[in-house]
Structure formats: C-alpha cells, structure tokens
Design a protein around this ligand. Structure first.
Ligand code: ZN
Ligand code: ZN
Length: 662
C-alpha cells in the first residue's frame, strides 16, 4: 500500500479544489494507495489563521521580497509578531504529521509547505519522501511558488511554465498537465454541448456568488434574447434562489434555478457559455470543459491572473459592467456563432480535462521510485488512519456486530457536512453501514413557502443530483472503508401542532418519491422500492427541529402494521414507550454535525449486505442499541467553511503557542 499525503490550505480559491481532485483521481486509478488530504493551517494555527490569511494575501501577492524575508526568519524567530509564531507552529505540526504518517509522496497545492518542509529536513541528507508542487495560480504566479524546492512542479498552462523556467526552475522538472479539475471532466462518452443551430437554443450557465443580491435585473436582461436558456446556480442563498425562481416564472422552461450543486462539471460540459466571476477553480474548470466564459467580476489582487488568462487564450471576455453581459452573449452567437466558435476552438487546443489523472499517475510513479516499506504507514495518529478496518463482504456472517447509523443529514438539507465529508467521518470511525437521510419537505405544508424553511430541506430539483452523489459515495465508501452507504430521505410532514406532525425515514431508497404524497402512499412507495419505512423521533423529546412529531405515535393503530421500525432512541433521547409496546426498534444519531456522533446507535448481527441488513431490521432479531462514544475528536474531518465540500481532514493537534521562543 502506497501512501500519498496532499497538503492544502483554505486560503483563496483553488487550493482545496485542486487537492480534492487529485485525491479523487488517485483513488480512481489505484486500489493500492492511501490518500490523505490535510490542511495543517486549519489545525495548527487556530485563531492565527486569519492573521496568516491576511499575511498571505498581503505579502505573496504584492511583496515577494518581504515574504522571502519571513522564510529566512523561520528558525531564528524570537519574540516576533503572532504571524511568525504561526509559522513556527506550522512547522512543528507538519513535522509531527510527517513523522507519524511516513508518506511515500507528498503533494502540495499551497506554496508555503515546500518552504516549511525544507526547514524541517535542513539537517538531513535528503527528505524521506518525494515532493510534488501543484501550482494552482496562473500567470500571476509569485516567487513563493517557484522558490519552493520540489522534485516536480505541475503547472496549469504553458504561460505559467514559462514563468517558472524564466525564474530558474529547471525545465525538465516542470510538467504542464493543466489545472487538476475533477476527474469527471475526463470521463469518456461524456454528454457535451454542440454548436447551437441557427435559431436553436443557446444554453447559458450563470454562476451567482453569494453576496450578489442585485441579480434579478441581470437575469431579465439576459433573457431578452429569445434564444437564451439560462441555468442559474445561487449557492446556498435560499432567499435569493426563491426570489429568482419567482422572477423567472414568466420565462417558463427557459430558466432553471439551482441551489447548491456539486454537478458543476456536468453543467459546464452541457452549456455553451458560462457567466461567472474570475475565480481560479471556476475558470480552470471552464477551460477543461471547453466552455467559453464571460467574466462579470474580477477581484483585484486575487483574480487578475485568471482574467488575464481568459484574455490571452481568447476564450471569452471580461465584461466591464454587468449590463454588458447580455450584449456579449448576443455578440458571441451572432453570424452563425462566429465569435463563440473561435473561443471554443482556442479552448479545444488548451483544454486538459485529465490533469488530475496525470498528476495522480506522476505521484504513484514517485511512490514506486522512492517507496519506503509499506509497513511504516500504520499510524496511531487518530484521524490519519481509521480504526481497525474490518475485512468482510465474503458472504459469511461476521463474528462482530455491524455498527450502523440510519439517520444522517448532510448539507443537502440542514446538516453541516457535505455527503463526502459524512462518508469520511463515519468511514474513519469504522462504521459498517450508514444511511444518509436528508429532509424532504412537503410542498403542501410549507405555508407561505418560507425560504428559511426551504433552505433546510432538499429542493425537488436537487433530488436527482442527491441520488447521483450518494451513489458515487457508495462506491467510494465501499472501496475505501468497506462501509455500506444507503440513500434515504426524511419525509417531513409538519402540521400546525405536534399531533399533526410526523417525520418518516425511507431507508435504502432507489429513486426519489413525490414529497407531496400523504403518509400511507409514501410508505407504499418506500416499500415498493424494497426500502424500509421508519418512524423518526416518534415520541416526546428535546427537539432541535422545533416541535415534537407525535402524529405516527398517536395513530399507531393505522401505522404500526405499515411501519418497519420505530426509533427507540434518537440522538440523546430514549423513548421507553416504544420498548414497552414491543414495537420493532432502531436507534440513530439524527446526525447534523460532528458532535452528534456521541449518541445512540444500532448494532446488527447479520451479513454486511443491504438486503440482509434490512431483513434484520424488519425481523428485529439479533440487534441491539448502544450509546456510542469514540476516542476521536469530534472535530476531526469536520471542516465547516470549505468551498464546495472539499474533503479536507483537520487534525486537532495544535502545538502550544509558546514553542517557538522556547
Ligand atoms: Zn426529524
Ligand atoms: Zn433528522
């Protein structure tokens, strides 16, 4: 087993995205590799993070010489300002991680790590692993990148390769693989958009960043062109989404408003044009997808390089004013889309959708070159390797009981973690089976359609994506953690009182179910899919959702024959009456955030296989409930503010602050 450690930092756009994509690519091309993505800044610097973020933006962007001065002081700093203390912390944290995890190859998507690693191994004849720098900046790449001592430099484009070579990096060390976009971009038989037919629809993707409230007018203007079909993504701003949906109603099928999505690759591949700000990852993804761009915002000092890149490639335009966007769309598709075709041709020449796969291959190759014996990788570090993976899945009944949790929320509804983060969180803890059950609201019951409430539940337009994403995670979880992942939904039927409110779990669903159905037909649909219908928190409890949900309990004579199991415990609540009535039971976390892992769980004695698990629950024999605690910090692998669900592990191991001056 090879071990690759990927170092990233959540500053600015692109570092985390690149790290996550290379990790995905590595897992895709090899079963013989263990990949960890780590943001040491998050873990070692705590509150100083902000200071450092400013230092990075201030120093690396505008004054490389000051930045270099800081490196030279790294080891000689005594009684310096807090940000220098932070570098000392970073060094000792990273040293500890490297000693314990013993990687074969380290990849960095953030330049500072290379300098710190040089400091760590200053007195060694050589560092004990291969090191690859993945440059995520374009053109405006600063000296902290090319002064970073590395075995390889992977760069997004020729222009960036030039900058490195001109600044003394040996040409043979520079690999122009492209920016590591999601490996999905490189999938064969991908659905891609063709040039629009004369008078045919023009498909425009409009990415709205949070904080942009005045988007309504812009949308109207874009739609004045009758051929334009607009897909709008608004991120997690439910209020804006609601507003735009209402505003777009009169355009019917021509407008689609999406909330948070992780289907960006597919969206870019199937649209003619993307309107976006000049964010690093987005621009690079559009290049990979050969999707010409209209940039409607460029953040000075951060995104100039990306804007310059689009201009240099002649692959789109920077619209000076937001109101120029509509004119540019018209211009691009005038005269048989002449301008658009030119942009598209230029992109076809430079598009490298397989960059993350090429970088992953290089990393694997480096592991072969310099691989220490694989044994060294068994680490005791909590969070770096998961607790004892149980080999199973050969069809035999396992000696141990399966640790399961069938009630888990992600940020598709009101949970804090993304679906991949949830999978890593449970996988690391050695769970055998989990079911993701995001809230699905009943549109008939959302009186006044409060957007606040909408934000807490899955939108009907997100359901297909939700099923796709969990299916993908199911494959990854099985490969990486030997853990089963099921798709579920929590049907929220909230009335005006607790007696008219019910939450129902569908466990191991194969397809979406109409959220507007009444409870009995919903249960029938669940059963038609071979899934389980489970009453969630059916009795009086301390609820974070708001009111208690007693409808199912109050109408037991109707529902007891229909329902497969009742939650006897939910989070820290335990419902004795469910036991007294001898109803079939389950115990679940109702997980919304990492600290909810400390809660009631179900243990099953059966084969680790979905049908066997469901049958065990239906029969309600050979199962038990347990109050679960583990030794892992609840904050491990629980990033809160990462862009687009970056799967980044944070170690909770901040060294003492005074260490540097000691
Ligand atoms: Zn609930
Ligand atoms: Zn719930």
């Amino acid at each position: 087993m090879k071990k690759v450690l990927i170092l990233t930092a959540g500053f600015g756009d692109g570092h985390n995205t690149a790290a996550r994509n290379v990790a995905d690519a590595l897992e895709l091309i090899s079963d013989e590799v263990k990949v960890e993505v780590l943001d040491v800044f998050q873990s070692s610097l705590g509150l100083l993070n902000d200071v450092l973020k400013k230092a990075y933006q201030g120093l690396t962007r505008f004054a490389p010489s000051v930045w270099n001065g800081i490196y030279s002081m790294l080891d000689h700093a005594k009684g310096l300002e807090s940000n220098l203390l932070a570098f000392g912390n970073l060094k000792s944290a990273l040293e500890q991680i490297l000693t314990q995890s013993q990687p074969d190859c380290v990849l960095s998507t953030y330049p500072v790590y290379a300098h710190v690693i040089r400091e760590i191994y200053r007195d060694h004849s050589e560092r004990p692993f291969r090191f690859i720098t993945v440059v995520t900046d374009s053109i405006s790449v600063n000296s902290s990148w090319f002064r970073a001592p590395s075995d390889w430099y992977c760069v997004p484009n020729e222009a960036t390769a030039d900058v490195l070579r001109k600044n003394g990096v040996p040409g043979e060390k520079v690999k122009t693989f492209g920016f590591p976009v999601n490996p999905v971009f490189a999938e064969k038989d991908q659905e891609t958009v063709q040039a629009p037919k004369a008078d045919g629809p023009i498909k425009v993707l409009y990415i709205i960043n949070t904080g942009k409230k005045k988007s309504g007018k812009a949308v109207d203007r874009r739609l004045e062109l009758p051929r334009v079909h607009l897909t709008i993504t608004v991120g997690r701003d439910a209020e804006l989404k609601e507003k735009l949906m209402r505003r777009a109603e009169r355009f019917g099928e021509r407008v689609r408003v999406l909330g948070w999505t992780n289907q960006m690759p597919r969206l870019m591949l199937t649209h003619h044009l993307v309107v976006t700000k000049a964010g690093g990852a987005t621009v690079q993804e559009a290049i990979a997808a050969r999707c010409p761009m209209i940039l409607n915002q460029v953040i000075p000092g951060q995104e100039d390089g990306n804007a310059q890149l689009v201009k240099d490639l002649d692959a789109g335009v920077v619209a000076r004013k937001n109101r120029d966007v509509a004119e540019w769309i018209a211009a691009a598709f005038a005269s048989d889309a002449r301008l658009w075709k030119k942009w598209r041709d230029h992109l076809t020449k430079v598009s490298r959708p397989d960059a993350s796969l090429r970088i992953a291959e290089l990393a694997l190759h480096e592991c072969e070159l310099d691989g220490p014996p694989g044994k060294l990788f068994e680490s005791n570090q909590p969070g770096i390797t998961r607790p004892g993976k149980r080999k199973a899945a050969n069809g035999s009944i396992e000696a141990h009981m399966l640790l399961c949790d069938f009630h888990i929320h992600t940020n598709y509804s009101d949970g804090k973690l993304t679906a991949p983060e949830v999978v890593d969180f449970y996988g690391r803890r050695g769970f055998d089976c989990i079911c993701i059950t995001d809230h699905l609201g009943d549109p008939r019951r959302l009186i006044g359609k409060l957007s606040k409430l909408l934000n807490l539940t899955l939108g009907p337009e997100q359901l297909d994506e939700y099923f796709d994403v969990i299916a993908r995670e199911r494959r990854r979880a099985w490969r990486k953690y030997n853990m089963l992942v099921m798709t579920g939904l929590e049907f929220n039927k909230d009335g005006f009182s607790k007696k008219t409110s019910a939450h129902l779990l569908g466990i191991d669903l194969k397809a979406p179910i109409n959220p507007a159905l009444d409870l009995p037909p919903t249960i029938a649909e669940i059963h038609a899919q071979g899934a389980l219908a489970v009453a969630s928190h059916p009795h009086i409890m301390k609820s974070e959702w708001g009111k208690n949900t007693l409808y199912l309990w109050k109408n037991q004579e109707i529902f007891a024959p229909l329902i497969d199991a009742w939650e006897i415990a939910n989070r820290n609540n335990i419902f004795t009456p469910v036991g007294l009535k001898r109803l079939a039971f389950l115990a679940n976390s109702d997980f919304h955030k990492p600290k909810h892992i400390y809660s009631w769980k179900t243990l099953l004695h059966c084969e680790k296989e979905p049908e066997a698990i469901k049958e065990c629950i239906r029969k309600n024999e050979r199962l038990a409930i347990t109050l679960y605690r583990d030794g892992l910090s609840a904050t491990t692998a629980a990033p809160q503010d990462l862009e687009n669900g970056a799967r980044v592990l944070k170690l909770d191991m901040a060294p003492p602050l005074g260490r540097l001056s000691a």
